[in-house]
Design a protein. Structure first.
Length: 593
């Protein structure tokens, strides 16, 4: 509550400063009713809800609230005939939020001055305007943010000039980075006339996977001068450095101007901290406009420190989560819980961490261990092979309660319940069905299929036997494909670990598949070379102070060969490197306080 009160005091102080500086009459002169910024222009100005860069100064000052770094954005807009707009934005984190500054110069081209009767005076004039805006946005809570902006414009034509002062108010809501809402009151004057604009928008991130994102924004814009219009814009971000944009303005002018009036297209490319953007806007019979923009993001010392802290936290959380997975898969649930609770303490919203902790806590609570779960499952299988379905269900239900994702437990439970309901078969078919089950559980799918095909010949209409034949064929294909994929991975230096891991999984699950075991034996010398290489590279990175890279290299040794001669050493080294990282995290946290 105290923080919120401080935020409001801070913004009211800014308001008071501006009112005292600009205690002059405000003229009823609209600040500009065109789209600024190459990115937003490529989306036809549908940007009220998105508003996530320095151009928020113009579209919705509330969007400034959550910007993390200094951002400089400059654009040049080739307008109609010989007119043009040049402008620059600057965003600086200050206090609880961000201050944004906009400078805009508009050149309306060259005109011939005429007298009151329309006669040329042989004098050339160049009307122009210089405008500026300063805005402040700050977060209210985890969802809402607000913003306030002041605009000053000076318009000159010949010996005549006019000044105007307006202000903007903005509000923005971000719900789980999925649905965004925006509301902006623009170009309001201090006489509170009816010439201001009201813009409302809703945006949806319909796709947001890793570095690929698709966002659609729909805006309703009402101008006290020009009336209402509706805009829709889409931005597709690919691999975090390429953007494709399009938009359309639904306006009465489109019918008058004809052609493709209202259509916008745009593209952008990001090279590290530099963004280059282009936008094309069609105005029908009037022609088209082109907009070019450059955006530069500056990461200051404080933000660099925060970024390093954030990356370090994410890396440690990821490593601990993976270590927890390995401990869990090996049946060491208490160790897995320790790792995952550490992840939770570092990153409470880490994806999947709550489910993982709940799952392992339930297993520990019920006294579960991997050996006990395997034993229960095998007991259930023994009952199943004897067609004692009631006891099979009891054992497998117990397995599912302790470890819900154990092997194919849901499939086996569904099968046994089907047979309970009346999936009877003849005695001859039952005999071969049981034989097939034993072969199937030993991964001898060829013998299993042979036995079931004989059983099916004794009972041709039995759907369950036919279902098992198909399942065995799929397993055969799955393992064959797995071995092929593993061979391809091993041939590639970048994916050798994936290949070795895949072969080990196949050999562990299906010892009858000698291919996997034979390949592992063949590449033993290659594995030894790679483990030594990772060991030495880890030491090199450790001595350079790059703990993250060192840990990655050393972890790769265990993934390649859990029985490597380096295992005991690198486990000790990894612990030491992580302790150093945690010490850095502790210092960072202390500095923040």
């Amino acid at each position: 509550m105290i923080k919120i009160i401080k935020k409001f005091i801070f913004i009211f102080v800014i308001i008071d400063i501006f009112i005292n500086i600009y205690s002059l009459d405000s003229h009823k002169f609209a600040f500009m009713n065109i789209n600024l910024g190459a990115r937003a222009s490529g989306m036809a100005g549908a940007f009220t809800a998105i508003a996530d860069d320095a151009t928020s100064i113009y579209y919705n000052p509330a969007g400034l609230a959550n910007l993390k770094m200094i951002e400089i954005n400059a654009s040049h807009n080739i307008w109609f005939m010989d007119s043009s707009l040049s402008y620059g934005y600057l965003n600086i984190p200050v206090g609880f939020g961000n201050i944004g500054v906009l400078f805009l110069y508009t050149n309306y081209g060259e005109f011939e001055e005429r007298d009151e009767y329309g006669q040329p005076l042989n004098v050339k004039i160049e009307p122009h305007s210089l405008s500026g805006s300063i805005s402040y946005g700050l977060p209210i809570n985890s969802i809402f943010s607000a913003g306030l902006g002041f605009k000053f414009s000076n318009f000159v034509i010949g010996d005549y000039s006019i000044d105007t002062l307006n202000f903007d108010l903005g509000l923005k809501a971000d719900i789980n980075n999925f649905i965004l809402f925006g509301l902006a009151l623009q170009n309001m004057d201090f006489e509170f006339s009816n010439n201001f604009n009201i813009n409302g928008g809703i945006a949806v991130n319909i796709l947001n996977i890793q570095n690929n994102k698709i966002t659609v924004d729909f805006d309703i814009k009402y101008s006290g001068i020009y009336g209402p219009k509706y805009t829709i814009g889409t931005e597709i971000q690919l691999f975090k450095f390429i953007s494709i944009r399009t938009g359309y303005v639904f306006d009465n002018e489109n019918e008058i101007l004809g052609g493709m009036s209202g259509l916008s297209l745009g593209a952008g490319i990001i090279i590290e901290k530099l963004s280059i953007d282009y936008a094309f806007n069609s105005h029908g019979e009037l022609g088209m406009t082109h907009l070019f923009g450059l955006k530069f993001i500056y990461e200051g010392p404080i933000e660099r420190e925060r970024s390093t802290y954030r990356k370090l936290t994410e890396f440690l959380a990821y490593q601990n989560y993976k270590d927890g997975e390995e401990a869990f898969n090996s049946g060491n649930y208490k160790k897995a819980l320790i790792y995952w609770e550490e992840v939770k303490s570092m990153m409470p919203d880490y994806e999947g961490i709550d489910e993982a902790i709940t799952n392992v806590q339930n297993i520990i609570k019920m006294g579960g261990s991997l050996a006990n779960i395997d034993k229960l499952f095998n007991q259930g299988m023994s009952y199943y092979e004897k067609f004692d379905f009631d006891n099979a269900v009891k054992k497998w239900t117990e397995v599912k309660k302790i470890m819900p994702n154990y092997k194919d437990i849901d499939v086996w439970l569904a099968d046994v319940k089907d047979l309970q309901k009346g999936g009877k078969m003849s005695k001859e078919a039952e005999k071969y069905f049981r034989q097939g089950l034993k072969h199937y559980n030993n991964c001898d799918y060829i013998k299993a299929i042979t036995a079931w095909e004989i059983g099916l010949s004794k009972d041709p209409k039995n759907k369950k036997i036919n279902q098992y034949i198909e399942r065995a064929k799929l397993k055969q294909q799955e393992i064959a494909n797995g071995i092929l994929k593993a061979k391809a991975d091993i041939a590639n230096d970048a994916t050798i670990i994936d290949g070795v891991k895949r072969l080990r999984e196949i050999s562990n699950v299906c010892p009858a598949y000698n291919d996997a075991i034979e390949i592992l034996a063949t590449i033993k010398s290659l594995i030894n070379i790679k483990t030594k290489e990772y060991y030495l590279k880890g030491i090199e990175k450790y001595t350079e102070g790059n703990m993250e890279a060192a840990i990655v290299y050393w972890n790769n040794i265990e993934k390649l060969d859990p029985k490597s001669e380096y295992i005991i050493k690198v486990r000790r080294y990894i612990t030491d490197a992580r302790n150093k990282q945690k010490a850095v995290l502790g210092i960072e946290k202390q500095n923040k306080k």
